[in-house]
Write a protein that binds this ligand. Structure first.
Ligand SMILES: *Cc1c(COP(=O)(O)O)cnc(C)c1O
Length: 493
């Protein structure tokens, strides 16, 4: 198996290691496998009773050559990555509404209580594995990596917990002062490992993201400090996320199994697309978005069009203008339905992405839209509906299940589809623990008899964070110069 860029118009033969360690291709495209591997003919029976870790091994083995990571090392990496999860199942499946064949796939049992842990625990170990190998026997001139990222919440803490204590890795996470939830700030700033640095920047999330982009574009800084990214376009994240589609599929019994996925950057649901293309018989992949609905609009109109402003919603991890991973899906849709050729598909995608950047809009040909609709469906949910769903599920569920707002977007969407196809089975992905989004959850549930956030929602482990000392580097101005100076100062000491 080798990898290529979605924007390349010539054949490429990139290793898994390079795809993971570089993150983004030189031409600005995203890495994709040179072909999608097929499953063993008997996988529906032979894989059915495997553990999460065993499934992860079988799937990853198809995408990583043994010459790059041998069986023993891959097993060790997987075991280590999922030993930090609080559930033996890693991603347990729960029945949410029996009468309607509706299940929840809980993806929040990792260290930061959000679905990004499933991928980032693995990515952190992979980084360390590759760096250790590159540095074998070296005493000077060791290969190092400086991960720099901006976060409005979940990504930062999942990246920190994925990379904490990893050898030859330093991680710097910028976040806007006072604009992330207290729990999210506590999660990031109470980590004691010396390689973790949090920068609270007086400014907005966009300011933080702009500074990070400039740091990535700074050649001199890059050559010296080897800046790396763990954002959602990293191929290893997509790969690690495929496992739970298989795992949950085997946990339920029913016909026409649909996955409903609260979506932002399209990374989570893209892993489902790979699973389906490999041969897992998924009926539909249903995109659930909040009012930042570029994906829903694409499926309805074929126009992939940026709206003027990002809306701040109750489900902030999905507040995006453009879904970066969507480029990968578009490549397959174009290759399979228009060009029938890898390099010509790369040429088209390259042209489209230039156009998207300059005009904010790409219009896909009808074949592409029709093909997208074979695998996908979508729905966009308002804040009002999100809140209503949290309340309704809490009231109707026998154990008063509390949904986080992102998960609630998925459940509201699930019921939309249940009303038109009631005989199908639905697995709705739960992407965060409700304690991480206290404000919205409390707004929906406060006043209902018997409800209390401390009593019903907040886990002890998160409660305990409030009393731990925080390690924060305050940057009193959204200034590239000040942030860079701070990073250099911390790296050199
Ligand atoms: C990141 C995130 C999402 C969106 O996932 P994508 O892969 O970006 O589509 C949804 N919910 C939560 C809680 C998240 O952290």
């Amino acid at each position: 198996m080798s990898y290529r860029s979605t924007r390349s118009s010539t054949d490429q033969n990139i290793s898994f290691e390079d795809a993971v360690m570089t993150g983004l291709a030189k031409d600005g495209g995203l890495f994709i496998p040179s072909q999608i591997p097929k499953l063993p003919k008997d996988f529906l029976t032979s894989w059915k009773n495997l553990s999460f870790q065993e499934l992860a091994f079988n799937i990853m083995r198809l995408y990583i050559n043994e010459s790059e990571i041998n069986d023993d090392d891959l097993t060790t990496l997987i075991t280590k990555s999922y030993s930090t999860f609080r559930s033996d199942d890693v991603t347990p499946v729960k029945s949410l509404d029996k009468d309607n064949n509706l299940y929840l796939l809980e993806l929040f049992h990792g260290p930061t209580y959000a679905f990004k842990d499933v991928a980032l625990q693995f990515v952190g170990n992979l980084f360390e594995y590759f760096l250790t190998r590159r540095n074998e026997g070296k005493t000077t001139d060791r290969g190092t990596i400086t991960v720099v990222g901006a976060t409005s919440g979940d990504t930062g803490s999942a990246a920190i917990y994925g990379l904490r204590g990893k050898k030859d890795v330093d991680v710097f996470i910028l976040y806007p002062t006072g604009r992330i939830s207290p729990i999210q700030e506590e999660q990031m700033t109470t980590v004691e490992d010396a390689n973790v640095h949090t920068l609270s920047v007086k400014g907005t999330f966009d300011d933080c993201q702009d500074i990070v982009k400039e740091i990535f574009g700074d050649k001199e800084f890059n050559e010296k400090y080897h800046v790396g990214a763990v954002n959602s376009i990293n191929w290893a994240r997509i790969l690690a996320q495929m496992t739970y589609y298989f795992y949950s599929f085997f946990q339920v019994e029913g016909e026409n199994i649909n996955f409903v996925v609260p979506s932002g950057n399209f990374g989570d649901i893209l892993a489902g697309y790979y699973a389906k293309e490999m041969g897992l018989p998924i009926n539909k992949l249903i995109i659930a978005t909040n009012e930042n609905d570029i994906l829903d609009r694409f499926l309805r109109t074929g126009r992939y069009e940026k709206s003027a402003d990002v809306k701040a919603t109750y489900s902030p991890a999905m507040d995006i203008l453009i879904s970066s991973n969507f480029e990968r899906l578009l490549w397959y849709l174009v290759r399979n339905n228009v060009t029938h050729d890898d390099n010509k598909a790369g040429q088209t995608l390259g042209d489209w992405m230039v156009q998207l950047k300059s005009t904010g809009c790409v219009v896909a040909p009808q074949e592409v839209i029709d093909a997208a609709k074979v695998d996908f469906d979508s729905f966009s949910v308002t804040d009002e509906q999100t809140s209503q769903q949290i309340k309704q599920t809490y009231t109707n569920h026998p154990d008063h299940y509390v949904l986080d707002p992102h998960t609630a977007v998925g459940i509201f969407t699930s019921y939309k589809f249940i009303s038109s196809s009631p005989k199908d089975l639905y697995i709705s992905l739960s992407t965060a623990h409700p304690a991480k989004f206290a404000e919205v959850v409390n707004k929906a549930l406060d006043g209902i008899e018997g409800y209390s956030f401390e009593g019903k929602v907040l886990p002890d482990e998160l409660k305990a964070l409030a009393t731990k000392p925080k390690r924060i580097n305050l940057i009193d101005e959204a200034s590239l110069v000040k942030v860079k100076a701070k990073i250099i100062d911390l790296l050199d000491n």
